[in-house]
Design a protein around this ligand. Structure first.
Ligand SMILES: [Zn+2]
Length: 120
């Protein structure tokens, strides 16, 4: 994903548009204090990199917000794996592959897995 950078002018304009206020803690930043542009709906959670998804955030609020976004992404990914049955099928394939690997003289476990994939 490509993030658009801002020129100094765009950055100043964005700061003014947001009244120099962190959208999470509502604190007004001091002049010259460092801040970042943030995506309330995180890019990794299918948020868009467009102005309607840009907010000003202070450096106290940004790291925990990002950590929370990543945790939500990990949870969504794990739910997708469960929901689609991918994990259940992988378990069945691996169980059969272990059986086959012991019996049929496959030279690698990967070959046994491929045979198990075909059989299931
Ligand atoms: Zn803040």
């Amino acid at each position: 994903m490509t993030r658009k950078g801002m020129t100094d002018i765009q950055r100043a304009q964005f700061f003014n548009d947001k009244n120099g206020t962190c959208y999470l803690c509502k604190r007004k930043l001091r002049p010259g204090e460092y801040w970042q542009r943030e995506h309330p709906k995180a890019l990794c959670l299918k948020g868009k990199d467009t102005p309607d998804n840009w907010e000003l955030v202070c450096l106290t609020c940004h790291p925990p917000k990002t950590a929370n976004d990543l945790a939500m992404k990990a949870k969504a990914d794990s739910q997708a794996v469960k929901h689609t049955g991918v994990a259940r099928r992988r378990k069945r394939v691996d169980a059969l592959a272990r059986e086959l690997y012991g019996q049929d003289g496959f030279s690698t476990f990967r070959e046994a897995q491929e045979e198990a994939e075909r059989r299931l």
